[in-house]
Ligand binder design. Structure first.
Ligand code: ADP
Length: 155
């Protein structure tokens, strides 16, 4: 990456990383030179049965052929991580008005903390209902969730 290249951090829990998340990264790559998918682990240690490192590894496999995407873990403030990475933007997605209110608040806080703006993409209509929590719940009750996840995830 050159000093002028544009890196965005895409922070989230990605539990699991869905096709909705993937579409945000793919669309973000049209604008940014590099996207760092930053998997937050603030709560991971307290959640029983949560395979955090397995989740991170499966996201890395999704992007193993895409050198412009890096997958990292972080704890602490997203604003601090964005500064550490030299990111020019924080990337996020919204599915609904409810999402938007939360995202706007976080965007305001992060801009206040580190001066970095958040770029929010609207979800594709076909992924507007898709969330990590919904996939986890369906999985819990034995549903086949593979159609909501990137192909590599089901290897
Ligand atoms: P968090 O726990 O920080 O909300 P998530 O992993 O749930 O992290 O989501 C990360 C980001 O991706 C958030 O901005 C969220 O709104 C967005 N996102 C989640 N699912 C979708 C989807 N189906 N389409 C578009 N954006 C999504």
């Amino acid at each position: 990456m050159t000093p002028t290249s544009k890196t965005a951090i895409y922070p989230g829990s990605f539990n699991p990383f869905t096709l909705g998340h993937l579409s945000i990264v793919e669309r973000g790559l049209k604008v940014f030179d590099k996207i760092v998918v930053a998997v937050g682990c603030n709560e991971c240690k307290s959640r029983r049965g949560d395979d955090f490192s397995g989740r991170v590894e499966s996201i890395r496999r999704v992007f193993e052929d895409e050198p412009r995407v890096e997958v990292i873990t972080y704890s602490g403030l997203t604003a601090d991580e964005a500064v550490r990475l030299g990111a020019c933007a924080i990337l996020r997605g919204v599915r609904s008005v409810a999402d938007f209110e939360t995202e706007r608040q976080m965007a305001d806080v992060n801009r206040d903390l580190c001066g970095i703006d958040t770029y929010i993409l609207c979800s594709l209509p076909e992924y507007g209902f898709l969330s990590g929590s919904m996939v986890r719940e369906l999985e819990h009750f034995g549903a086949d969730v593979s159609k909501y996840l990137p192909k590599e995830k089901t290897k």
